[in-house]
Design a protein around this ligand. Structure first.
Ligand SMILES: Cc1ncc(COP(=O)(O)O)c(C=O)c1O
Length: 429
């Protein structure tokens, strides 16, 4: 594998970009080695500046469900850009995509586009606080909702112990109102809500966790969450930035039949461009300016080119496309798991639709503590580099989810399956 050009460009990047990257997870910190500098993508393939090509399972961290440069998306973007790049006013594509989203996502009557998932979660929390006139929020350990101060909190000790900030630079006051609870634990959730409900504005959750590897929560936990939040007038926010439009048009909420009060979206709805959105019940959304008193704005929000790319993406996500993609991922995961179990190897795969992750343990993870206990960074790094040198680009960090697009062929997944089997048999972790 040639890396001369990547090394050369990355050395330059390091001098002007912090750590050579614009988002920390790109820096290969947990897997080691030098990050690759990418040049172009097509379908399921990604090409670096040395001309190496990879089957891409990172897919811009889940944004590219149709793969790179899908012809319909490219066409939509090209025709949009000839009309002008940004108007700072309402345009037709943003109305059309908003209608499409509201039609399919059960919780969304009205929505607001923003420029990232971070903005969506931050703004949804603000709106929930205004709506309930309460300050405290609940999130879950291991879930990620972007880098807004109030959401960069990790668990304190014991039930509802004082939370710690998970980043320097976040004043204690910003996380003082945040409870970070264990995922999938209806009991702890119940205790905290019963004790503090008068102060709790919202609960925000990834309805399927993707940021600690894939964890599909128990239905009992989700049902309890919905019942308790309804009972105590707490706004339930599903952060579907990753799961939205991933496995079906309605998101995990449609899949599970649980309708939250608000939903955050991002990634796929921008067709590969920067985007976020939050929406929900009309009586909540009406508190947002210009209708209500909650301020939130954006120069580029609802940018026409982004909306055109997102719209073209959603229009290409047919029921058949989802069916084929989801089935291919189920077959891939099941096949590998049968093999790993039969060989007695301490690893398994877990998928939710086309979100997949490898767990370095025999037992499934139910929460962040389990996920961390099964995160053997050295083994993951070896697997990552073994795959990379064989033309597979995976997320360069343990506990991330990898993604499959509609452009990945059965032969891609078969090859990946063979490579993973070989790794585990040879390295005997
Ligand atoms: C569930 C979830 N919420 C929010 C975010 C933040 O989105 P963005 O990176 O667009 O700010 C992410 C990013 O990966 C995410 O996975």
């Amino acid at each position: 594998m040639k890396t001369k050009n990547s090394k050369k460009y990355f050395a330059r990047a390091r001098k002007v970009l912090v750590g050579g990257v614009n988002s920390p997870v790109r820096a290969f910190k947990t897997v080691g080695g030098g990050p690759l500098v990418m040049a172009r993508g097509r379908g399921s393939r990604l090409f670096d500046v040395d001309g190496n090509s990879y089957t891409d399972y990172c897919l811009s961290w889940g944004a590219l469900i149709l793969g790179h440069n899908h012809p319909e998306v490219v066409k939509a973007v090209k025709s949009s850009i000839t009309l002008g790049s940004s108007f700072g006013a309402t345009t037709k594509p943003e109305i059309e995509i908003a209608q499409l989203i509201a039609k399919h996502v059960p919780s969304i009557d009205m929505l607001r586009f923003v420029n990232s998932g971070t903005e969506a979660a931050m703004s949804a929390v603000r709106l929930a606080r205004a709506f309930t006139k309460r300050d405290k929020i609940i999130k879950f350990d291991g879930c990620y909702h972007g880098h807004c101060d109030d959401l960069l909190a990790s668990a304190g000790s014991g039930v509802a112990g004082l939370p710690a900030s998970s980043s320097e630079g976040v004043p204690a006051g910003h996380v003082r109102n945040t409870f970070s609870l264990p995922y999938n634990d209806a009991n702890e959730l119940g205790i905290v809500i019963e004790r503090h409900w008068k102060d709790i504005a919202c609960v925000i959750i990834e309805p399927v966790a993707g940021n600690m590897g894939v964890i599909v929560p128990d239905m009992e936990f989700l049902n309890t969450l919905r019942q308790l939040t309804k009972k105590y007038g707490i706004v339930l926010i599903f952060d579907e930035v990753m799961t939205g439009f991933r496995g079906n048009l309605g998101g995990a909420q449609a899949d599970f039949g649980i309708v939250p009060d608000m939903t955050c979206l991002g990634k796929i709805i921008g067709g590969g461009f920067p985007v976020g959105a939050y929406g929900g019940r009309a009586d909540i959304m009406r508190h947002l300016a210009p209708l209500g008193g909650v301020y939130q704005a954006g120069t580029f929000s609802g940018n026409p080119m982004v909306m055109a790319a997102g719209l073209a993406t959603l229009k290409n996500l047919t029921p058949q496309a989802y069916k084929d993609l989801n089935r291919a991922c189920d077959v891939f995961t099941r096949g590998l798991n049968l093999f790993l179990a039969a060989a007695g190897l301490p690893a398994h795969l877990v998928n939710y639709k086309s979100m997949v992750s490898v767990r370095l343990s025999k037992d499934p993870a139910r929460n962040y503590a389990d996920a961390q206990a099964a995160a053997f960074d050295r083994v993951y790094a070896k697997l990552f580099h073994g795959l990379l040198s064989n033309g597979v680009y995976w997320p360069p960090a343990n506990l991330e989810t990898f993604f499959v697009s509609t452009e990945h062929a059965a032969t891609d997944l078969n090859r990946l399956s063979g490579q993973i089997r070989k790794f585990f048999v040879q390295s005997k972790p």
